[in-house]
Each structure stands twice: as C-alpha cells, then as structure tokens.
Design a protein around this ligand. Structure first.
Ligand code: SF4
Length: 429
C-alpha cells in the first residue's frame, strides 16, 4: 500500500482541517434505567435492545444522543466544503459508500452498497479518475484490483482497517498451508477467502486454485470448491464458513475444525485435519460476533411477532435462533419488501439499522443487542477526513492512495474472477 506523505500515521486529519466538533461521545454501552414512560418496562429495568427512530421517546437509543443546544453532528461548514470540493472534481470523482458508513459521509456517496457491489461499481466507472472509497482498507484494495491502472483509489483515513481481515496474515496462512501439506491434505484442499480479507490473502487463494466469496454467494462458492477438492480452508471468518457449511450445505458441525494460527499446527492433530471437511480459520467480525442468543430470547419476549434478521457473520448459535439470515443487501431488501407493521430485530452494524429504521417508520425496527456498537473502523471515515481527501484531490494532491502491487493484484484478480465466473454471479448484489 502506498500512502501519501500527507497522511498521518494515525489516520488523523492533517493540517488545519479539524473543526470545532463537540468532544467524542463516550459510554455508548451503558446500563440505563428507563422512565415510567415505557409501560412494558419497569423503572430500573435495563433495556435489552435499542428501539430506533423514536426521537425523544425513552425507547430510543439511551444515553447516546446529546439533547440540548449542541452543534449538529455534521458541521454545516464542512458539509458545504465537501459539496464544493465534490462539485469541483465533477466527473473525475466517484464516491463509494459502504452501508455501514456514518450518515454524515453516506450523504456524499454516489452509490451505496456492500463491499463487493462497491468494488464492481468502481470497475464500472472507467472514466472516473478518483475513486474515493468510504469503507475500510480491504474494500479499497479490491477496488484498486478491479479498476484500471490509471485510476486512483483513495481511502480517506488509512486507519480504517478491518479487525477480521487483520486476523489472517499472509505469513500465518502460509504456515497453515505448510501444516496442511505435512498432514498430507493440502493437495485435496481448496482455499476460499471471504471478501473481507486483505489482497495478499486473496492472492494466496488465487495462487492455490482457490476463490473469493461474499456473504451472498458463499454457498455457491463452497459448492464450486467441493467440486475441486475434498476439503475447504475457509478464511478468515469462521462464522460465515460454519454457517454456510452447516446451515446451507448440510454438513455436520463435526465436519468442521477451527485452525488457530496462534497455536502450533493450528491446535489440531494430523488426524483431525485429515478427518475435517471444513477447516475454518479462527477469525471473526468484532461487531457481528458479539450478538448473543440471549438478545434473541429477550427481543422475542419483549416484541411479540418480531422477526429476527441477522448477518451470517454472527455466531452459529445466534444464526440458528434467527428467522432470517443474509448479507447486508439481503437485510435491506427484506425490510424494503416487508409490509407496514412488520417488526424486525436486526443483527448487523448499527449505522445501517438506524438508517433502515428512519427510512421505514411504518415498520418497527430495533437493534438486536445492547452490547454491540458501531464498527469502530468503519466509523473512522468521518466528514473531516472526507473533506480533507476531497479538497486535496481538488487541489491536485493525491492523498491516501491505496495501491496493490502488480503480482498480488494479478493473483487476487484470479481468485475474484473465479467467483465472478460462477453462473448468475454477475447479476447478484
Ligand atoms: S463490520 Fe466487521 S467485517 Fe465489517 S469492517 Fe467492521 S470489523 Fe470488519
């Protein structure tokens, strides 16, 4: 990755562009007592979920809003500066916004979507000189891989990484492959990596006959892999791998083992590796992995008729208790096509759930779990960073460019292309 010298190592906004925002809110996850205004909850009872979009109603997010005479979250001056810089760049610029981004940022996105949809949108804009990716690092890498050499992909804050992607480093995966080789199973194993992985992990899969998957197509990708090998090494999200294999493909939990890169030989014996069908990397999403079965039980007791809708990055036990499971795009579509009066408890990033609640006041949409907060790295991209990136581009300074080296890009593209070549894949979100 080539970082422009203007970018600070911490990902902070360089220069004088830090506006007089109120101090960051703290204590998002708090035990809050309710007032008697909510009849079904006794005073003093901690709520187990957030009911969203209720304004000053005590059922709305508790302890996270700042009522009173305070500046808006998006400084109007910054909003205007972002508009001006975007207008100055015109068709040279294309801004991508992941569904988990903040409202203050998403308002400037030319297109919103999940990581794969956004990478494809970037590839479909060959005339855009600058692709500003409001998302996290691995997404910007994928956009760079799929766009032409003369297009520049910009990540407004280089600290916007992904803890899940960081759980699988190339050297660790190469050591794992050596372990599989020693156990005599590497030749029968197809590596499959989730889109949420670094470019060098995608390239590893490309080099070893493997493939990339998304949360929408994991089942068809696994079917492809099992036509080519007896076993799959699934990176880096154990939950997506397990949920797809067991819930969608009929494998048994006993067919899955977890490879822990921090233990010798992954913490597995040769016999365990030889017996396993799914070798799951010990990685997880630090947001989705925190939803609990207790939260599902709580919301069912509290909201009669509620449908629990979760992302497949959630733990297997949570997924088993849910009514519907699907990717971010699946979740959005499920809500969009639901009739008025539908009740949902959604287990995915809070920025998206809040937007869905605001866009569908005719439905009751609640956030599934009180002990889960926004994705911290997604939230690194805020309006000051976006303005900083756009104004620099408008002034001819390319900042925070994400560049994947040619060799890595070539093999990562192979793994991506194998996914794109699956029947019907080009029409999927
Ligand atoms: S929500 Fe999870 S997978 Fe997505 S960027 Fe955040 S940590 Fe990574």
């Amino acid at each position: 990755m080539a970082a422009d010298a203007h970018a600070s190592a911490s990902g902070g906004v360089p220069g004088s562009l830090r506006p007089p925002f109120p101090p960051a809110r703290s204590g998002y996850i708090v035990e809050v007592t309710t007032t008697p205004a909510r009849p079904d909850v006794s005073p003093g009872t901690p709520l187990s979920l957030f009911v969203l979009g209720q304004g000053a109603d005590p059922r709305s997010e508790r302890g996270v809003e700042c009522p009173g005479d305070l500046p808006p979250a998006s400084d109007p001056a910054l909003v205007e500066r972002a508009r001006r810089a975007k207008a100055a760049l015109g068709d040279r610029l294309f801004v991508l916004g992941h569904h988990y981004q903040r409202d203050e940022v998403i308002q400037f996105a030319d297109v919103t979507g999940d990581s794969f949809k956004l990478a494809r949108e970037a590839a479909a804009r060959p005339d855009a000189e600058f692709i500003v990716f409001c998302g996290v690092h691995f997404m910007a890498e994928s956009a760079d891989i799929l766009t032409s050499a003369d297009q520049r992909v910009i990540l407004p804050d280089l600290a916007a990484g992904c803890s899940m992607a960081d759980m699988a480093r190339l050297s660790q995966v190469e050591d794992c492959w050596d372990t599989l080789t020693d156990a005599g199973v590497a030749g029968r194993t197809v590596p499959v990596t989730y889109m949420n992985s670094s470019a060098d992990i995608k390239a590893f899969c490309g080099r070893h006959g493997g493939v990339v998957c998304t949360s929408s197509n994991a089942k068809s990708v696994l079917a492809w892999a099992f036509e080519r090998g007896e076993k799959v090494l699934f990176l880096p999200d154990q939950h997506l791998g397990r949920n797809t294999a067991v819930r969608e493909m009929g494998l048994d939990l006993a067919d899955c083992v977890v490879f822990d890169p921090h233990r010798p030989n992954g913490g597995l014996t040769t016999e365990e590796l030889q017996r396993a069908t799914m070798i799951l990397w010990k990685g997880h999403c630090s947001v989705h992995g925190r939803f609990t079965t207790q939260a599902v039980d709580d919301v069912r007791a509290r909201v009669p008729g509620v449908q629990v809708l979760v992302h497949p990055e959630c733990q297997h036990e949570v997924v088993l208790k849910a009514d519907q499971v699907g990717s971010t795009e699946f979740i959005i579509k499920a809500v969009e096509k639901a009739p008025a009066g539908s009740k949902w408890a959604i287990g995915t990033d809070l920025n998206l759930v809040k937007r869905l609640a605001a866009a569908h006041p005719e439905q009751e949409i609640v956030f599934l779990e009180k002990h889960v907060c926004y994705c911290a790295t997604m939230n690194r991209i805020d309006l000051p960073h976006l303005v900083w990136a756009l104004e620099n581009l408008a002034q001819g300074h390319v900042v925070n460019q994400i560049v994947v080296d040619d060799d890595t890009a070539r093999y990562a593209r192979e793994a991506l292309q194998r996914m794109l070549d699956l029947p019907g894949e080009t029409t999927k979100d």
